[in-house]
Design a protein around this ligand. Structure first.
Ligand code: MLT
Length: 252
């Protein structure tokens, strides 16, 4: 686990990177793919996103945010509710966000890149090979460590710890961040992959509202998004990188 994209240890030998930006980039991309979006091209830069959208036929939806709010001239902002099936099914999306798409860029050397969120927590855990070298890359918020990304990393690490314990597998090698994240998850949630409930979603949303990113969203009027981002295990798909084109990671 790395708590920030800048401290991730990913290189060409890393089998799988899971990029985590719970509020809201990787949650939104998970919703978009679950609702039928054909592919998502990610880029860190607003002007590049515009140029990419202009160059693709049929024209993709231009999506993303800066300072939590939709970017001028873009089709969608960064609220999960905007990515409904009628809006995104069959469409190509070009996305740029403040932190999430930077974290995706920072993970690009890994052999496989997946997008994680509380929505697809169980599906992400199920798709990771316990023998692979896995890097959980937290996006953070504006260069600072953020609680919700670490909490999610902890959910995944803690799942593997219990798998290894149950099946008496050789020791799981965990860096310090992974151990911190797992202890945080277990002290907050309890069992590694316990069944989520409505109470959990509400409690998680309340927890999210206390984080740096959560406070920013509440201030910007997006409090309803916190509850959506907290709907644990509600989506069974895991967006994965399907190509790299002109330096941009494409997810499907
Ligand atoms: C980001 O990538 O920085 C976040 O998705 C921010 C947001 O949701 O507004």
């Amino acid at each position: 686990t790395s708590f920030l994209p800048s401290t991730n240890p990913i290189d060409e030998t890393t089998d799988i990177a899971v990029v985590i930006d719970i509020l809201r980039a990787t949650t939104v991309m998970t919703v978009a793919i679950a609702n039928g979006a054909k592919e998502i091209t990610t880029t860190c830069d607003v002007q590049t996103a515009r140029e990419m959208a202009d160059a693709i036929t049929p024209r993709p939806l231009l999506c993303g945010e800066r300072s939590c709010v939709p970017i001028e001239g873009f089709d969608c902002g960064n609220s999960p509710a905007e990515y409904s099936p009628p809006r995104v099914a069959g469409r190509h999306l070009v996305v740029t966000t403040t932190n999430g798409t930077k974290a995706i860029g920072a993970a690009s050397l890994a052999k496989q890149v997946l997008l994680g969120s509380f929505l697809n927590r169980r599906a992400v855990a199920a798709s990771l090979d316990p023998n692979a070298s896995v890097a959980l890359v937290c996006a953070g918020t504006d260069g600072f460590v953020t609680l919700e990304d670490v909490l999610f990393a902890g959910a995944i690490v803690s799942h593997f710890q219990s798998q290894f314990d149950q099946h008496q597998l050789p020791t799981l090698e965990l860096n310090d961040e992974s151990q911190i994240a797992s202890e945080m998850w277990r002290s907050w949630f309890g069992p590694a992959m316990g069944e989520p409930s409505r109470t959990h979603a509400a409690a998680l949303a309340a927890r999210l509202s206390q984080s740096r990113g959560g406070k920013n969203l509440v201030r910007a009027g997006y409090e309803a998004d916190l509850l959506r981002c907290a709907e644990m295990d509600s989506v069974a798909v895991v967006p994965r990188r399907i190509a790299i084109r002109a330096g941009a990671s494409i997810f499907g």
